[in-house]
Design a protein around this ligand. Structure first.
Ligand code: CIR
Length: 256
């Protein structure tokens, strides 16, 4: 069984980091309800959900994806690019240590899990405001011994690489061509987002199921018309904090 590590959403989210969006009020009750639906969807998709608590001093803690890169062989604890997020890693590292050997990105390296897209044994890392060359190099050192390659990828217009592209099947990528070039993705099949929904490339693939923000109807119908299995969840409040569906969990596969 796959474990999905999530983290409590608190009222502190009002103080979240913002890069590309202007601050608009987040309805905390609605955000918590949407987060609960998301956790339910993870359960329906076959995950055992493990929710970590979060202190009020960690506004972005719900975006647990950024704190680690979990592979079958190792969990790499990141050093998030935003200073306000660095303390988030402590609780996550403690949780992941139950399942994987741990490696840790050190200063001056920075890395956000949202920049890390794994396609089989290829790991693409967005060179972003959050993930620097030292962080990418340290990640390479940790994972190359296990047969992974690490490539630094340029993108623009959004916070993380996975805001611009994610996998919707093991060899099919959903992407926004205005933010990242298909060429960097290699030989996978590509689907473009609906141009009227630029922020809709962030999909969470759990087994054969795609957990997807219900607000992006145009891109959703593109995916559905390809016969892909969708599980829509409301994600409008987290979008105001520049979060999407991959950001709110860390998937830990059972290693057999
Ligand atoms: C931040 O700026 O760090 C948060 N407000 C949003 C992080 C979203 N995480 C992700 O896309 N992986």
């Amino acid at each position: 069984m796959q474990i999905a590590i999530t983290r409590q959403l608190t009222g502190a989210i009002a103080m979240c980091e913002l890069t590309h969006l202007a601050r608009t009020p987040i309805n905390v009750e609605r955000a918590q309800a949407q987060h609960a639906e998301y956790e339910r969807a993870l359960g329906d998709a076959g995950c055992a959900v493990m929710r970590l608590t979060a202190a009020d001093t960690l506004p972005d803690a719900v975006f647990v994806e950024d704190t680690a890169v979990v592979l079958d062989e190792v969990a790499v604890i990141t050093r998030p690019g935003a200073e306000s997020r660095r303390l988030e890693t402590t609780g996550v590292a403690a949780a992941l240590a139950r399942f994987r050997p741990i490696a840790t990105i050190r200063a001056p390296g920075t890395l956000d899990g949202g920049d890390v897209l794994r396609i089989g044994k290829r790991i693409l890392v967005g060179a972003s405001l959050r993930s620097n060359e030292y962080g990418i190099e340290q990640l390479r050192g940790f994972v190359e011994p296990f047969g992974y390659t690490v490539e630094s990828v340029l993108f623009r217009g959004c916070l993380h690489l996975k805001s611009a592209v994610t996998l919707v099947a093991p060899d099919v990528a959903l992407y926004n061509p205005a933010w990242v070039q298909a060429g960097v993705l290699g030989h996978v099949q590509v689907i473009e987002v609906d141009p009227s929904e630029p922020a809709s490339a962030n999909a969470l693939l759990v087994g054969d199921t795609i957990i997807f923000p219900s607000e992006h109807a145009g891109t959703m119908s593109r995916l559905a018309s390809m016969g892909l299995e969708l599980m829509p969840v409301p994600a409008s409040e987290l979008a105001k904090a520049e979060g999407g569906v991959t950001c709110c969990c860390l998937l830990v596969d059972e290693v057999v």
